[in-house]
Design a protein around this ligand. Structure first.
Ligand code: 13P
Length: 340
């Protein structure tokens, strides 16, 4: 496998494959497990993720890479096989979430700054050694009538750029994720406001990436779609696609090889429909998914924490992965959901 950043970046987004975001932090996975009344322990987290990574068909055909939480990068399956080996054996690339979370930003009420830059160079060397070839850092941008502030967007864009530069020096492809929240509070903003915030955020992010000398050819952008807030949803699928493509074309240089969307709280089927409609447009980049909830929700429910449901969980995961793979080439249709 090539070790060039440019080649890894293309592999992450090409061929109708996309990324599985399985990098929920210990507190986030606890929230997910709470929905099925399962206690979050190192063993239950291992069992859940083993179910996903051993979904052979999904991993081989539809999943180009997996974003892991640090614990999982170094974790082994029940039979002692390192997860990294299972992922690689399926022809998929292991990746790692390296930020340490979005923390309240001093003097900016209601906004956060993502932490994790201190000592990041040394951590990246350790992750590379363990097999990670790409990384993720998520900056969170709140949307309301008065937010975000310029100061908070600037600070998050600078942190993303510092992170991306450190990754590239460590031979790791950075996924740059500035997420303008759909499901934040109050969540009543409309699609116009989301478009305005997403456009100015992406502009600032690419300004900072340039200042930090980040090579655009060796990175992947993970943006939100342009969509109404969670409590004010009304735009149609085609409108979400059009507005998203318009904002991305205005702000994302074509030197960036690929864009992999987050699902951000959309339902599983919405996230698929939107991605497929976006890919119906003529685009200068490869555009795919890097979904967490939209790939996992139905699988988690079907598994329900029980060993006898592993096959059912894997069927659900494989189905969503296949549907999103079709969407990554613009070929998903609603009746394919029913057929399954
Ligand atoms: P969702 O697709 O659930 O938004 O998660 C993707 C992700 O990695 C957010 O950082």
């Amino acid at each position: 496998m090539s070790e060039r950043l440019e080649d890894i970046a293309v592999q992450m987004v090409a061929g109708g494959r996309g990324l599985l975001a399985a990098d929920e932090s210990t507190s986030t996975i606890k929230k997910r497990f709470d929905t099925i009344n399962l206690e979050s322990t190192e063993t239950s987290r291992r069992d859940y993720r083993e179910m996903l990574f051993r979904s052979d068909e999904a991993m081989k055909k539809y999943i180009s890479g997996v974003i892991l939480f640090e614990e999982t990068l170094f974790q082994k399956a029940a039979d002692g096989t390192p997860f990294v080996d299972i992922i690689r054996a399926a022809g998929s690339i292991p990746g790692i979430k390296v930020d340490t979370g979005a923390k309240p930003m001093a003097k900016f009420p209601g906004e956060t700054i993502t932490e994790g830059l201190d000592g990041l160079g040394e951590r990246l060397a350790k992750y590379y050694e363990a097999g990670a070839r790409f990384a993720k850092w998520r900056g969170v941008i709140a949307i309301s009538s008065s937010l975000p502030t310029r100061g908070s967007v600037r600070a998050n864009a600078q942190a993303l750029a510092r992170y991306a530069a450190l990754c590239q020096e460590a031979k790791i492809v950075p996924i740059v994720e500035p997420e303008c929240l759909m499901d934040g509070k109050p969540g009543d903003h409309n699609i116009d406001r989301c478009a305005e915030v997403t456009e100015s955020t992406l502009r600032m992010v690419f300004e900072e990436l340039a200042e930090a000398r980040v090579s655009l050819e060796g990175m992947i952008l993970k943006p939100n779609m342009v969509i109404d807030g969670k409590n004010a949803r009304k735009a149609s699928v085609s409108e979400v696609a059009e507005r998203t493509v318009q904002v991305l074309k205005r702000t994302v240089p074509s030197a960036v090889p690929g864009i992999a969307f987050l699902s951000g709280g959309q339902t599983t089927e919405e996230a698929t429909a939107h991605l497929s409609a976006i890919n119906g447009h003529d685009l200068p980049w490869l555009v795919t998914f890097s979904y967490g909830r939209a790939l996992q929700d139905s699988a988690l429910k079907a598994w329900n924490g029980k060993p006898e449901n592993v096959a059912a969980g894997q069927r659900e995961f494989t189905h969503r992965a296949e549907m999103n793979s079709l969407a990554a080439t613009g070929n998903w249709k609603k009746d394919l959901e029913k057929a399954a």
